[in-house]
Design a protein around this ligand. Structure first.
Ligand SMILES: Cc1ncsc1CCOP(=O)(O)O
Ligand SMILES: C=C1C=NC(C)=NC1=N
Ligand SMILES: [Mg+2]
Length: 221
């Protein structure tokens, strides 16, 4: 269901990303709590040391997809296009080391397509090839992704918005409710987080605080 940019922007507000290796508690309970707290979009990202594969990965994906469905939260799959198509996910997120966005677009039809970009060139290519949103980062230092690129702060986001690039944009990397506001003020449509919610004592409270800090800024913008 490729969404129109305005609908995409509201989906990106509090974009929770998680896989089994990011959770201290049961992933289903963490997702249930995050939804209660107010996340607006979910991405299943089963990656890194100790992550699930094959049937186990598919089984967890289906459980988390069912939880999202109950609350009408779109379910995005990271990297694994085949899995996304097989379980009829609402969209996929790809990076520069995955298949090209135009190839993925042909495979997923009108589902949501997100692309990670780190330069104007990559952003323009993603837009041309039909991305519905772009993910940029790491905005702040993060230990969640071992091979994250250099911390970019708000520089690239500011460059995008100064070049009048209007595609929906979400930032990622080390984001918490304490540092989310400057990102929104610089023109991001939302924040995507892994550990701020997945490793919180209360994922529900963490999600609610993020939702509140993002909306407070948007109301005053
Ligand atoms: C997937 C990804 N891409 C850039 S940083 C990152 C990890 C973000 O995790 P956290 O929100 O815990 O910093
Ligand atoms: C690397 C990523 C960047 N941005 C988003 C939204 N998801 C990702 N997996
Ligand atoms: Mg990838």
């Amino acid at each position: 269901m490729a969404v129109n940019p305005q609908a995409m922007r509201s989906l990106l507000k509090v974009y929770f990303i998680m896989g089994s290796t990011n959770c201290c508690q049961n992933p289903e309970n963490v997702l249930q709590a995050a939804i209660k707290g107010g996340i607006t979009l979910f991405q299943f990202r089963e990656k890194g040391a100790g992550c699930l594969h094959g049937k186990e990965k598919e089984s967890l994906a289906k459980k988390l997809q069912a939880i999202c469905k109950q609350s009408n939260i779109p379910f995005i799959v990271n990297d694994d296009i085949e899995l996304a198509v097989k379980i009829n996910a609402d969209g996929v997120h790809i990076g520069q080391d995955d298949e090209a966005a135009d190839v993925v677009r042909r495979k997923i039809g009108s589902k949501i397509l997100g692309v990670s970009v780190h330069s104007m060139q990559e952003a323009e290519t993603a837009i041309r090839q039909g991305a519905d949103y772009i993910g940029i980062g790491p905005i702040y230092p993060t230990s969640t992704k071992a091979d994250a690129k250099a911390v970019q702060g708000l520089t690239f986001l500011t460059e995008l918005r100064s070049a009048d690039i209007q595609i929906p944009v979400v930032g990622i990397g080390g984001i918490t409710s304490e540092n989310a506001s400057p990102l929104i003020e610089a023109g991001a449509d939302g924040v995507s987080v892994i550990s701020a919610i997945s490793q919180a004592d209360s994922p529900e409270k963490a999600a609610a605080k993020l939702y509140d800090s993002v909306n407070r800024i948007m109301r005053n913008a």
